[in-house]
Design a protein around this ligand. Structure first.
Ligand SMILES: NC(=O)c1ccc[n+]([C@@H]2O[C@H](COP(=O)([O-])OP(=O)(O)OC[C@H]3O[C@@H](n4cnc5c(N)ncnc54)[C@H](O)[C@@H]3O)[C@@H](O)[C@H]2O)c1
Length: 329
């Protein structure tokens, strides 16, 4: 079995979560780690018996690194991704791919010119309820999505309050730092978006420089319509979805692993509940998919070009909030 030796850039919470799972896969190890925070870098190096490298530019050119995992803040994914691609290394970038479409385009150009694999950590594709709903809209029982509503309502950054999360330039704001997941799901099940109209405002958390309460309306190329409700300002958190489709409707009141309730349009149809299929730890699932694509030389599950769509929707949403106009993509 081909060894896959990973280099990690950004040894914070998610970088370590990715590597903790990756090293459980046969033939996968972490050989080098880099972080601007020397203490974090040394700690991660000890954890994985890897070499601590102060500057990521020196990590990407190492002969003992086959693929690079980038888990710096979203607005800082581009420089290490470009460096890794230029060094001929496969790249896994955490979500969001970047905070701007311009950065996405530069990163796509870099990996495509280098001919390396690229993948973005849109981990909800490995979450059980998201996966089950995706399967249900492929044909039977639900069929094509006509209307989709997702709400992700939280209470601010809480324990995740690293200073970069308050900057749109560094994080992409809530719509990318959090809702890259929900928007990726909506695009995954309903297809590409052609028009975005959004309203939003900064209602509670004045430390950030972006709206913390938004409603994003989507017109899909298929003719379907959708709304994402996103807020960090509620005392009653909720993560839920409803899909109204060709053959019937489905709701998931608890999106992270909860049951799906659905009812078909058929005469006499009953409301049914379905437990999603059991899956492996989602972060393990995405790392397995990345490593498998490298070994089998196949397309990755979420190449950069696909993840760009989410960033484009969010950039359009911010523009729509600022101007009051709908934005064609
Ligand atoms: N999939 C998920 O559910 C999920 C959850 C949390 C975070 N994330 C994503 O993971 C990424 C990181 O988030 P986090 O929570 O781990 O943040 P974090 O603040 O815990 O870690 C980020 C790390 O990057 C380091 N860093 C910054 N600039 C660097 C550079 N130029 N070179 C090397 N290291 C650098 C920081 O010092 C820090 O250690 C973000 O893109 C975030 O959106 C995804």
């Amino acid at each position: 079995m081909q060894q896959v030796r990973l280099g990690l850039i950004g040894c914070g919470g998610m970088g370590k979560a990715l590597c903790d799972q990756a090293v459980t896969l046969p033939g996968v190890c972490v050989t080098a780690v880099s972080d601007v925070d020397a203490e974090r870098c040394a700690e991660a190096a000890g954890k994985y018996s890897a070499t601590a490298v102060a500057d990521y530019a020196d990590l990407v050119t190492r002969g003992d690194v086959d693929a690079v995992v980038v888990a710096t803040p979203g607005g800082l994914h581009r420089p290490p991704v470009e460096a890794a691609a230029a060094a001929g290394k496969h790249v896994f970038s955490e979500k969001p791919l970047a905070a701007t479409v311009a950065d996405c385009d530069a990163m796509i150009a870099a990996v495509e010119a280098a001919g390396v694999k690229s993948m973005v950590g849109q981990v909800c594709r490995w979450h059980p309820t998201h996966r089950m709903l995706h399967k249900m809209v492929q044909g039977w029982p639900l069929g094509a999505v006509r209307s989709i509503y997702v709400e992700r309502l939280g209470s601010g950054w809480g324990a995740n309050s690293a200073p970069w999360r308050y900057s749109r330039e560094l994080s992409g704001g809530t719509l990318l730092e959090v809702n890259a997941h929900e928007l990726d799901f909506m695009l995954w099940v309903a297809g590409p978006v052609k028009r975005v109209m959004a309203v939003g405002g900064q209602m509670v958390d004045l430390r950030s420089d972006y709206p913390d309460c938004t409603w994003v309306s989507l017109a899909f190329e298929s003719g379907a319509v959708g709304v994402l409700q996103s807020t960090g300002v509620t005392t009653l958190p909720s993560y839920a979805a409803r899909l109204d489709c060709e053959h019937g409707s489905a709701t998931a009141a608890s999106f992270f692993g909860g049951e799906i309730t659905y009812k078909l349009w058929e005469p006499g149809a009953e409301t049914q509940t379905l437990k999603p299929d059991k899956v492996e730890t989602p972060v393990l699932g995405e790392m397995r998919a990345f490593v498998t694509a490298i070994r089998d030389d196949t397309a990755t599950a979420v190449p950069f070009r696909e993840a760009r769509r989410t960033v484009a929707v969010v950039e359009a949403a911010y523009h729509s909030i600022a101007t009051g106009q709908a934005v064609e993509l």
